[in-house]
Design a protein around this ligand. Structure first.
Ligand SMILES: C[S@@+](CC[C@H](N)C(=O)[O-])C[C@H]1O[C@@H](n2cnc3c(N)ncnc32)[C@H](O)[C@@H]1O
Length: 428
């Protein structure tokens, strides 16, 4: 027999659901906030349903978006933003503690403002007489993004005309993807569809680009993503600027989520560097387009390694004459070995979501005194950091950046060192 039970939400699970304890078993209640008092219906199969919110948590707020709950983009809009930042800080701290680090320095924190995200990966699908364009619901179809409090208004403003033009394209018969990056030159669109574009589709997209001041639109096959992309319409030069380096990024290039969080991350990396001679080599792994490479090059010589050919080619041609050597290398298949890494004065790494996997054991063995790790995934950070702990590193500084507002994602910058001198300065 299903039974009614009362419970207080104790915390968040890793996917942002509220955690309650029923007897000795945990259960996760979507969109519940730590501190909420809930009435729950618990089935014989232990399926738990929310019956009523009996008393709201002091951290509970009215969610700003009418799509919250349906759209899969935001998991935690019912929580006040300071409480979310605190939860994210706790996730990173707990990951580092589980990796074996005790007595952590207190974390610096930064949280982006609403309506500042400058890149988004959207999905679309054709329905009778219209196009839905937005993010997927948690486990399902696209939710038409008729409102969004996360992305920049310049991007949101494109969605309505995009629905109109997509509806006119012969190639759009079912579903597809659309990636938008707001580079410094303007929005850059990368469309992915199953079938190839017809000549008439290209003409329509080019006209759309002209009338909405979109410098470049590109296309790639969803079926054959390894074939790469092709530019279908370009009206103006595409560029993006990091410090004094102006480069031409490829379609779909990696950008940190917002301009403000990019600065917070770069500032944290620069702040964690030891004092360097301008000729000292910093090895930067997973460099992307050079978001961190360029700021670091103001302090030292940077050898920047990156596996995405188009990204590193863009950095190489933009950074001519700077103290930057841009090197194409797949660090999973061909990690830098300890012998190569030994030459570095500092190692900076910013790996993808899965972490540094095959690369990390070589870093831990290299003996390089200072390592700055930029992470977008506390679980991967925990795994990688535990190797540094075993190799005798301590944590010098920690910065937590909430750049994916209202989601469970969290970015962090952790400075590891084996320098007793630097550590003793931290402690005083
Ligand atoms: C989180 S991004 C960081 C990029 C850059 N540091 C930034 O802040 O914009 C991770 C980067 O790792 C690169 N990457 C992913 N797998 C790789 C691999 N096996 N070898 C080298 N680079 C890889 C991606 O192309 C991407 O540019």
């Amino acid at each position: 027999m299903p039974s009614c039970q009362e419970a207080t939400v104790l915390g968040y699970g890793t996917d942002g659901d509220g955690l309650v304890s029923l007897g000795d078993k945990p259960a996760f209640i979507p969109f519940a906030v730590p501190g909420d008092r809930l009435e729950l219906l618990v089935g014989d199969d232990r399926h738990v349903e929310l019956r009523a919110l009996l008393a709201p948590s002091p951290d509970r707020v009215e969610s700003p978006c009418a799509l919250f709950g349906a759209c899969g983009g935001c998991a935690m809009q019912s929580s006040a933003r300071p409480a979310l930042l605190d939860w994210k800080r706790g996730r990173v701290v707990s990951a580092l503690e589980k990796a074996g680090f005790a007595a952590l320095p207190s974390a610096d924190t930064f949280q982006v403002a609403p309506e500042t995200r400058r890149r988004i990966d959207l999905a679309f699908r054709r329905l009778p007489g219209r196009i839905e364009l937005g993010l997927h619901r948690r486990h399902g179809d696209v939710v038409d993004m008729t409102e969004c409090h996360v992305i920049e208004p310049a991007l949101f403003g494109l969605l309505a005309p995009l629905r109109e033009v997509l509806a006119t394209l012969g190639v759009v018969t079912g579903t597809g993807d659309l990636q938008i990056n707001l580079y410094d030159s303007g929005p850059d669109l990368l469309l992915s569809t199953d079938a190839a574009l017809a000549p008439t589709d290209r003409v329509k997209l080019a006209a759309f680009g002209r009338s909405h001041a979109i410098p470049r639109m590109s296309w790639r096959s969803k079926r054959r993503p390894l074939d790469g992309w092709e530019v279908i319409a370009q009206q103006q030069p595409v560029f993006h600027v990091f410090g004094d380096v102006r480069l031409t990024p490829p379609p779909g290039g990696f950008l940190q989520a917002t301009r403000q969080s990019e600065k917070a991350i770069a500032d944290a990396v620069l702040g964690a560097l030891p004092s360097l001679n301008r000729r000292d080599p910093v090895f930067e792994l997973y460099a992307g387009l050079g978001t961190l490479t360029v700021p670091i090059s103001t302090k030292a010589r940077v050898l920047a390694f990156e596996g995405h050919h188009d990204a590193i080619a863009a950095l190489r041609s933009g950074a001519k004459g700077q103290r930057i050597e841009a090197i194409h290398r797949d660090l999973t298949r061909q990690p830098l070995i300890a012998k190569e890494l030994e030459k570095a004065r500092v190692i900076v790494l910013d790996p993808p979501h899965g972490g540094a996997m095959t690369q990390m054991p070589h870093i831990a063995r290299s003996g390089v005194e200072d390592i700055i790790y930029v992470s977008c995934n506390p679980q991967a950070l925990q795994k990688d950091a535990s190797l540094l702990r075993q190799a005798g590193y301590e944590i010098l500084s920690l910065t937590v950046v909430d750049q994916f507002l209202w989601s469970t994602e969290v970015e962090s910058v952790v400075a590891f060192t084996r320098s007793r001198k630097r550590l003793s300065r931290r402690q005083t």
